[in-house]
Design a protein around this ligand. Structure first.
Ligand code: GLU
Length: 434
């Protein structure tokens, strides 16, 4: 008998290292006090749980689950839950810190957290996934809370998991508490516009970057790596605005058509084909690697971490990179991207649309009120545009990349808030009266 679960798939690069390197660079620009530096680089809490689950075949499998709270300085911690075979504690720790910086860049009152379970949701039945999600929620019963830590979807999770989580958390208290989680189905208090929110934010950030760099979005060539929720919505919405989506890809490989891919058809195909583009005949098959090397105006990595590393960055010909995924570029690739004159809109700005609409969902739940889709769109678009302009002017002021500028904006905000809270900075000391 074999007692071994399949070993988790580890990336050859550690996303935590990439996150820390960027944090360090920005902290130097800000001349951050050592004490504050040490507070901000550390996670508040890391929880690892084992979750024994009865599988449909009667066997019991034990899954490992994580929740890392990186910061609660700006408010309750916020961040998604990832179901993927590559999930591990270092990755979750990096992703949690990225949530802190993301919420700070777009100025919403949350700290950062992330959760995950090392599992392969594509190989599990709905009822196995439900049992796993409920067991995870029970383990995190004291961690989650609408004023403490608010989970949401991420890679491998969606409205179903959020509904089970909300139900399990509420059952333990005997009262429905829908503000404990965002990304719920609309009927359970989810927000209009949440499903497409991250992809929509990527679209708004892409148009902002193109306009600033005097590239006409009309007919601009776009290649998108990853055709999950973020990649497919970004593709659809950019196409609606006149861009030419020449390539898309998922785990099955890349699909290319110089004249533009019919994104509606590709989405329909994926939905009817167990979530994959495998066998999509409307475009020429290319490899994921070839997609990254295409001569395009915009490249949108919208899959997992480390799609762009020092190994392939020199073959990228895109003028603009917009990071739909979290951490798709390794820190070693940053300086090469800059040297090659490519504009990279960093993840913590480009993909913030999701958490912005999560914030709106939480606000609506607490008000017991529903906003219209157009209000959600208008407000989230305007936050992304304003944040883009803010990061852009910081990049001019410090003569740094948009990535470093975004970290400067975020770390400056969190560190100043921290100093007010711990009393080391006061209005009076600063020579001002309240
Ligand atoms: N998982 C998404 C992210 O990485 C959304 C998080 C949230 O809505 O809390 O930004």
């Amino acid at each position: 008998m074999s007692y071994k679960e399949p070993a988790p798939i580890l990336h050859d690069k550690d996303p935590l290292e990439s996150m820390m390197k960027r944090f360090h660079v920005a902290a130097e620009y800000l001349d951050l006090d050592e004490e504050v530096y040490n507070v901000l680089k550390s996670s508040v809490k890391k929880i690892i749980v084992s979750l024994p689950i009865s599988m449909d075949d009667g066997s019991i499998r034990v899954f490992e689950g994580y929740r890392v709270i990186h910061s609660n300085i700006l408010g309750p911690s916020k961040g998604g839950i990832r179901y993927d075979p590559s999930v591990n504690i270092n990755e979750v720790t990096a992703l949690a810190a990225w949530m802190t910086w993301k919420c700070a860049v777009v100025d919403i009152p949350y700290g950062g957290a992330k959760g995950g379970i090392c599992c392969d949701p594509k190989q599990m039945s709905l009822s196995e996934l439900e049992r796993l999600t409920r067991a995870y929620t029970q383990s995190m019963n004291d961690i989650f809370g609408p004023d403490k830590d608010i989970p949401a979807p991420d890679v491998g999770t969606g409205p179903d998991q959020m509904a089970w989580l909300m139900d399990e958390y509420s059952r333990a208290r005997g009262v429905t508490i829908n503000a404990v989680v965002t990304g719920k189905p609309i009927i359970l208090g989810g927000s209009a516009g949440r499903i497409e929110a991250t992809g929509r934010g990527v679209m708004v950030a892409t148009l902002a970057a193109l306009t600033k760099n005097k590239i006409n979005p009309f007919n601009a060539k776009v290649a998108i790596q990853g055709f999950g929720n973020v990649g497919s919505w970004a593709a659809l919405l950019l196409k609606e605005r006149g861009c030419n989506i020449v390539a898309i890809s998922d785990i099955s490989g890349g699909y290319y058509d110089e004249k533009g891919i019919d994104i509606g058809k590709a989405i329909q195909y994926r939905n009817e084909n167990k979530g994959t583009l495998e066998g999509f005949k409307e475009a020429t098959k290319i490899s994921n690697d070839e997609l990254l090397k295409l001569e395009v105006d915009v490249l949108i990595p919208a899959a997992l971490e480390n799609a762009i590393t020092e190994k392939n960055v020199n073959s990228i010909k895109a003028k603009v990179i917009v990071e739909g995924a979290n951490g798709p570029t390794s820190h070693e690739a940053d300086s090469i991207i800059e040297k090659n004159g490519i504009i990279a809109v960093p993840d913590i700005l480009a993909n913030a649309g999701g958490v912005i609409v999560s914030y709106f969902e939480w606000v609506q739940n607490r008000l017991g009120f529903k906003w219209t889709k157009s209000r959600v769109y208008r407000r989230s678009d305007s936050i992304i545009k304003q944040s883009f302009n803010n990061v852009y002017s910081i990049s001019k002021k410090y003569k740094v990349s948009l990535r470093t500028a975004a970290y400067i904006a975020a770390i400056d905000k969190v560190s100043r808030t921290y100093k007010y809270r711990d009393g080391s900075f006061t209005f009076q000391k600063n020579g001002q009266n309240t």
